[in-house]
Design a protein around this ligand. Structure first.
Ligand SMILES: [Zn+2]
Length: 71
């Protein structure tokens, strides 16, 4: 499974929760935050996901760039 597939699956599983790149990186045990950033940026361009400024449902730091599966 690719990192993109894992991130997409994770976000769908936790829909409608929003996560920042740091938390996605941590939850999926990615080695570099850059990997999460690259994937969430790409997902945010699709209609299935939303990427925006908001509060992360895990670390509650706001505002941050957060990504979620769309409703
Ligand atoms: Zn977070």
């Amino acid at each position: 499974m690719t990192i993109a597939q894992r991130v997409a699956g994770f976000l769908r599983e936790h829909k409608p929760k929003r996560f920042c790149d740091d938390c996605i990186c941590e939850r999926l045990s990615l080695s570099r935050r850059q990997q999460a950033f690259r994937v969430t940026s790409a997902l945010g361009e699709t209609s299935d996901f939303v990427r925006d400024d908001g509060e992360c449902s895990q670390c509650h730091i706001s505002p941050r760039k957060v990504t979620a599966a769309s409703q």
